[in-house]
Write a protein of this length. Structure first.
Length: 110
């Protein structure tokens, strides 16, 4: 009879440790500042969210292209801008966005 070869089993356990305290059981959290991305392993992510809370409160999310989403600015009375532009001989549509050049000329005149 042939002898049976012994099987060797190796188990590897990966334990994520907290980057600040060294405590086991951390989760990885990603964030970025400027154009640099970071990851940190934390057991208590509330430390990070609490530290960033004042900044998150006043921040806005980026657009899909990575550029900041413009904040709303007070709009001009589009009807008044269109009426003024027509008086000046400019062609403007009755609906939709008023061209930037028309708004700029309106602002310069007023």
């Amino acid at each position: 009879m042939r002898r049976r070869e012994r099987e060797v089993v190796t188990r590897t356990k990966i334990e994520i440790m907290d980057d600040l305290t060294g405590e086991p059981g951390a989760q990885t959290f990603a964030f970025s500042l400027g154009s640099t991305g970071y990851e940190i392993d934390l057991v208590n992510p509330k430390l990070l969210t609490d530290a960033l809370a004042p900044f998150i409160k006043v921040a806005h999310r980026p657009s899909r292209r990575g550029l900041p989403v413009p904040r709303p600015v007070p709009a001009h009375d589009n009807a008044a801008v269109r009426a003024w532009a027509r008086e000046q001989g400019m062609k403007v549509s009755a609906r939709g966005r008023v061209p930037f050049a028309v708004v700029s000329a309106y602002e310069a005149a007023h």
